[in-house]
Design a protein around this ligand. Structure first.
Ligand SMILES: Cc1ncc(COP(=O)(O)O)c(C=O)c1O
Length: 308
């Protein structure tokens, strides 16, 4: 199949990798780098760019005119999809967990401004988002729609995420490890499968996320990519659960921004960095390790703090 070329998803973007010297990394003898995926596109930022790339390019190539997906009220995925749909001339529908009153928040206001149709559903209905019956119902309502799962994670997202870390990047920086935050695990599935020589550590931001191990294996199988044992999950980085935020976390985020000019969000990258530093202190990385932290974007979600 020929894929429609789109300037939005042109592949030769140079991604900034910055070195970070934390007192804790020095102490542990670890060289630390950050891959700034947040810089890849202003509005389709971070891992979303990679996860949506083949989904939307395929949709275009197949003449699909409408795409539907799922997310919470501050979903980075919904936000990115709404913008990408507008840029590519594809209609978008967002099935949102929660009350229509959320439409006043900056994330959803952007989505609506960019032409996305929002459908608010109860938590009970939202839980059905992967059930075949429910997906068929949605297909019947929105004839010919392409349904992309929550967080954008499917086989095509894994294919896109497999392009995040290249062999050249691994060699140029002499990398040994990659650390990234996990929601659904699609990004980790792509990175771990494409970089079997690296040890990949995922930090789930959901509490009780042990189910992710199986989900990630399934995503790898669906995408027909390598499924080695070069990856693992650390379950201590949720800090109370998804989107739970403490004053300590917020002051950590502001400290990192001030000291290193590195903006982090409170849902994904802030928790990853917080946990990573704890792991350094626990001796989780041997001296001489060269670790790449993946900044997966999500900075638009910071706007939820001023709405709380
Ligand atoms: C900023 C950010 N980082 C990380 C993730 C988690 O990615 P994944 O669902 O592929 O594990 C998400 C959500 O998809 C996100 O929005």
């Amino acid at each position: 199949m020929t894929l429609c070329a789109s300037p939005m998803f042109e592949t030769n973007k140079e991604l900034p990798v910055v070195q970070l010297e934390l007192p804790e990394s020095k102490e542990a003898g670890v060289d630390l780098f950050v891959l700034r995926l947040d810089k890849i596109d202003e509005l389709v930022s971070g891992n979303k760019w990679y996860k949506l790339k083949y989904n939307l390019m395929n949709a275009k190539a197949q003449g699909i005119t409408r795409v539907l997906s799922f997310g919470g009220a501050y979903s980075n995925h919904i936000h990115a999809l709404a913008w990408a749909g507008r840029e590519l001339g594809i209609q978008t529908v967002g099935v949102i967990r929660g009350e229509p009153a959320y439409v006043d928040n900056p994330t959803l206001m952007d989505a609506v401004r960019w032409g996305m149709e929002l459908v608010f559903v109860s938590r009970a209905e939202y839980r059905r988002r992967s059930e075949l019956d429910y997906l068929t119902e949605l297909q019947n309502v929105y004839g010919g729609v392409l349904i992309i799962p929550e967080g954008g994670s499917n086989a095509l997202a894994v294919k896109g995420a497999a392009e995040i870390i290249t062999d050249r990047m691994r060699l140029d920086y002499g990398l040994t490890h990659v650390v990234l935050p996990c929601g659904t695990g699609g990004t980790l599935a792509g990175i771990a499968s494409s970089q079997p020589r690296l040890q990949v550590v995922g930090i789930p931001v959901l509490k009780g996320a042990q189910f992710l191990v199986k989900d990630i294996q399934k995503l790898m199988q669906d995408a027909d990519v390598r499924c080695d044992d070069n990856w693992g999950l650390d379950f201590d980085g949720h800090y109370g659960g998804y989107a739970k935020v403490s004053p300590e976390l917020l002051s950590f985020i502001s400290d990192i921004k001030q000291r290193y000019q590195l903006p982090l969000d409170q849902i994904y990258t802030g928790k990853m960095m917080f946990r990573f530093i704890e792991m350094l202190k626990e001796g989780a990385f041997y001296s001489g390790s060269r670790v790449l932290l993946v900044h997966t974007g999500g900075l638009q979600g910071l706007r939820s703090l001023s709405c709380a």
